[in-house]
Design a protein around this ligand. Structure first.
Ligand code: PAZ
Length: 291
């Protein structure tokens, strides 16, 4: 009798088995392990922030691809907020040790890193760029499994816009798709959901925050609540496309919290309050489950 894959483990395994291997895998693993060793001392936190959108190549020697919407602002602002807490000696200074940033490679050039942050960045920030869905998911698995021993002090803050559909590598044409012979039919497969596997297998003790984007505000909270229950993450940050810079709703088992910018401070951004809330929740989690 064949065993039933409750978490979709079979789909996940076959996704990875058929993915083109990461080109610089050894280098990434080396950087990753060095970073975790350096930063995971004394019960300090390590946070993995993902940001930007993944692409889905249509050809193996890729000329054309399908993109996923994301400017990368959420991830960048969030990690700057997290970094500022410890680099500028704020109250969280002694708690957060390191940050990974998995970022869409096209967004890297738009970073505005001030000199203070740059000095911090060398030891405390590891940027790992990705472009395709294949690169993103392979890197997420590498990071999560490498962080397993960091336990409750590790956090995943998954703000990247990850493709839901893709062209499996084996059914993808090698060369540029020829034009001039009428419309193009492409069949997209569903990208297997990896959040359950992250929570149960890769890094089961990590504090895990996922994001849910919708364009129809009527279904947003319902979808975020379903994701919370299905993937058993610690909170889902729900946002609607047109208002995402002003307001998000943090959906969790303790209720829904609407988070907005500070109306008295014109320069304030929604991430200031969001990060404070998330980091506070993580503190409670660490107290409850130990370091
Ligand atoms: O990158 P950005 O600031 O333009 O947008 C952020 C976001 C909407 C991509 C993010 O908040 C988010 O919701 N990410 C998850 C998207 C999803 O549902 O897959």
């Amino acid at each position: 009798m064949s065993s039933i894959s409750v978490l979709g483990e079979d789909e996940v395994s076959s996704f990875f088995e058929s993915s083109p291997p990461l080109k610089n895998m050894e280098e990434i693993v080396h950087k990753l392990n060095g970073f975790i060793q350096l930063n995971s001392t004394g019960g300090r936190r390590i946070v993995c922030v993902t940001s930007g959108g993944t692409t889905v190549p249509l050809e193996q020697r890729c000329v054309r691809y399908i993109d996923n919407f994301s400017s990368g602002n959420r991830g960048t602002s969030s990690r700057l907020d997290m970094l500022s807490y410890f680099s500028l000696g704020g109250e969280l200074a002694s708690h957060i040790a390191g940050l990974f940033l998995m970022i869409h490679s096209l967004s890297v050039s738009s970073f505005q890193i001030t000199p203070t942050f740059e000095a911090v960045a060398e030891a405390r920030l590891l940027k790992l760029p990705f472009t395709t869905i294949y690169e993103y998911l392979q890197m997420l698995r590498l990071i999560a499994t490498a962080m397993k021993d960091v336990g409750p002090c590790s956090m995943f803050y998954l703000a990247a816009a990850v493709s839901d559909f893709y062209v499996p590598w084996k059914s993808m044409v090698e060369h540029k798709i020829e034009s001039g012979s009428g419309p193009l039919d492409i069949r997209l497969a569903q990208v297997p959901k990896m959040l359950s596997i992250l929570r149960t297998n890769w890094a089961p003790k990590a504090f895990c925050i996922s994001f849910k984007l919708e364009t129809d505000s009527k279904i947003l909270i319902e979808k975020a609540t379903k994701a919370l229950q299905k993937y058993k993450v610690h909170a889902v940050v729900a946002n609607e496309l047109s208002t995402r810079k002003e307001e998000v709703v943090v959906v969790s088992s303790s209720g829904n919290v609407v988070v907005r910018c500070n109306s008295e401070k014109p320069e304030s951004i929604v991430e200031d309050n969001l990060i404070r809330l998330i980091v506070d929740r993580h503190s409670t989690y660490i107290k409850e489950f130990g370091t």
